[in-house]
Design a protein around this ligand. Sequence first.
Ligand SMILES: Nc1nc2c(ncn2[C@@H]2O[C@H](COP(=O)(O)OP(=O)(O)OP(=O)(O)O)[C@@H](O)[C@H]2O)c(=O)[nH]1
Ligand SMILES: [Mg+2]
Length: 321
Amino acid sequence: MSLADKILKGDEGSAARLITLIENMDRKGYDELTRLLPYTGKAHIVGVTGPAGAGKSTIIAKLVNRLSKQKRRAGVIAIDPTSVQSRGAVLGDRLRMKEIEDSGETFIRSMADREHPGGICRAALGAVYVMEAMGKEFVIIESVGAGQSDKALFLICDTIVTVFTPEFGDEIQLLKAGLLEIGDIVVINKGDKAEAQDAVCAISGRLPERSDGDWVVPVILTEARAGKGIDDLVNALEARWRFIQDFTNIVRTKREKVTSFIMTLLKEELWQRFFDACSKDEGYRKIMNKVESGTIDPYSAVEEIGDIVTARLQEKQEVKE
Ligand SMILES: Nc1nc2c(ncn2[C@@H]2O[C@H](COP(=O)(O)OP(=O)(O)OP(=O)(O)O)[C@@H](O)[C@H]2O)c(=O)[nH]1
Ligand SMILES: [Mg+2]
């Protein structure tokens, strides 16, 4: 039986193996993934983002525990931000996530940010497909929500939950972080803190106008550590899923998002290929020497390098023909 067939039967070991193949950019993995494509596109993909330490992992753990009690199957992708946090914090995160691993209904995958940030992003879409093919109704992705790569990550999601704490109620901080704009559901966690209710009011008043229809962004107060407010979050996710299905063309939206996602990956891929090819190209080195000796302006240099790339592509095309 192929990996794809085993995954369709819900086998976790095979799912984990295929995700590893995708992470390693293995062709065999891509072939298996292609076989899973007809079984994808039906789950509610939820991205959970927000400042470090806001309580994202705790919320996700309580959320999937709640879902699994209702016999609803969820998959979790936890992006370990090794590039921005200490190893200790990452290990702590893994331990908290362990809380949910035993429940039977939930499949968890941690993904580490390796050499280049595009790596996780690239593999995350594959992991989503694998989880959908396993029959998961929800796929929840935790991420710190910073940087270009993360923006691409959220192209995979149907719904973004942004998590803040009362300490992050500072308006300027929020606006700067640009996180409010991307949230379809806003959670203020650590409801046990004194200023929690004020933060809910402050954030409710600062929600930006939405350009994508009539969805009203709910602001939910939780105290995740004590499991409070999680039912409200489950209800909000359900309302959001109904809204997406009733008022949007979900198939088209998913397709458009994947197209944008591919464009982001393609930018990285082309840059990498350009770099691999150009570092050996004599014409490129000559131009860079001129840049270093101050005999060509930067704009002309970029144009000339672009011309070299076009010429090389044409040469390749001619060889093929
Ligand atoms: N006081 C309080 N602390 C909480 C609550 N929920 C979570 N915490 C604590 O906040 C800390 C961070 O929680 P996490 O769930 O790891 O937060 P996170 O957003 O996943 O953190 P990173 O993944 O490291 O960005 C932990 O010590 C939690 O126990 C809450 O409702 N109240
Ligand atoms: Mg976390």
